[in-house]
Design a protein around this ligand. Structure first.
Ligand SMILES: C[S@@+](CC[C@H](N)C(=O)[O-])C[C@H]1O[C@@H](n2cnc3c(N)ncnc32)[C@H](O)[C@@H]1O
Length: 200
């Protein structure tokens, strides 16, 4: 499905970074190593590379990540890309200064595993930045998010509090906002925004 969606010259989520990431990225230690989860066509990864971070982008779509590489190269930047299913990806331990999850909607058993791996993979004082749709998105006229048949893939501040237990949660809010991120994320949107720090 994702390879088909990305199989076009257009960047379907645009080439500009996600607004929440744009506002919050500087909380990640400068020049650090950042892992971008489910990064698709690379708009966020390329932005972070532009800001001087060393960036690894992981996604199951090889078509998306090829576009991500091209976008980086068009700006004279380098990002590492890894084609992998997040359910099997080796996150490692104490490896990243930042991990970014922007609209990375997964079935809940995989999401729980990913969030457990995020906690292990961040270095001390490493920062996790997440924006995702909440189930209220199904009540809006905006475009984006999992279908009604996959409610399990939506997130909420309660879910994140639970799954990020052990981290210092600095922000975890649900809000309504207008998205303008390419063809598939537009209009009135119901999201949760979260920032958490790994503390020992
Ligand atoms: C809505 S797109 C978001 C892309 C990117 N984060 C952005 O904001 O532009 C969701 C992405 O999740 C990826 N994805 C979905 N399930 C995945 C999985 N199990 N493992 C890795 N990537 C996955 C898809 O390939 C797709 O690129």
């Amino acid at each position: 499905m994702w390879n088909d969606r990305y199989n076009t010259d257009a960047f379907v989520y645009g080439t500009e970074p996600n607004d929440f990431l744009l506002a919050q990225f500087a909380k990640i230690p400068a020049g650090g190593h950042v892992l971008c989860l489910a990064e698709g066509e690379g708009r966020n990864a390329v932005f972070l590379a532009e800001q001087g971070y060393c960036v690894t982008a992981v996604d199951m779509s090889h078509v998306g990540l090829q576009k991500a590489k091209r976008l980086a190269e068009s700006k004279g930047l380098h990002i590492e890309t890894i084609v992998a299913n997040l359910s099997e990806f080796d996150f490692g331990v104490n490896r990243y200064d930042g991990i970014v999850s922007i609209f990375a909607h997964l079935p809940s058993p995989i999401r729980k595993l990913v969030h457990a791996n995020v906690k292990a993979a961040l270095k001390e004082n490493g920062i996790f930045i997440l924006e995702a749709y909440t189930e209220r998105q199904l009540l809006t006229d905006g475009v984006g998010g999992p279908p009604a048949s996959a409610k399990d893939m939506f997130m909420s501040s309660d879910i994140l509090s639970d799954e990020l237990e052990g981290m210092q949660v600095n922000m975890n809010v649900e809000l309504t906002r207008i998205l303008n991120e390419g063809t598939y994320h537009t209009g009135n949107s119901e999201v949760v925004q979260c920032i958490a720090t790994k503390c020992f």
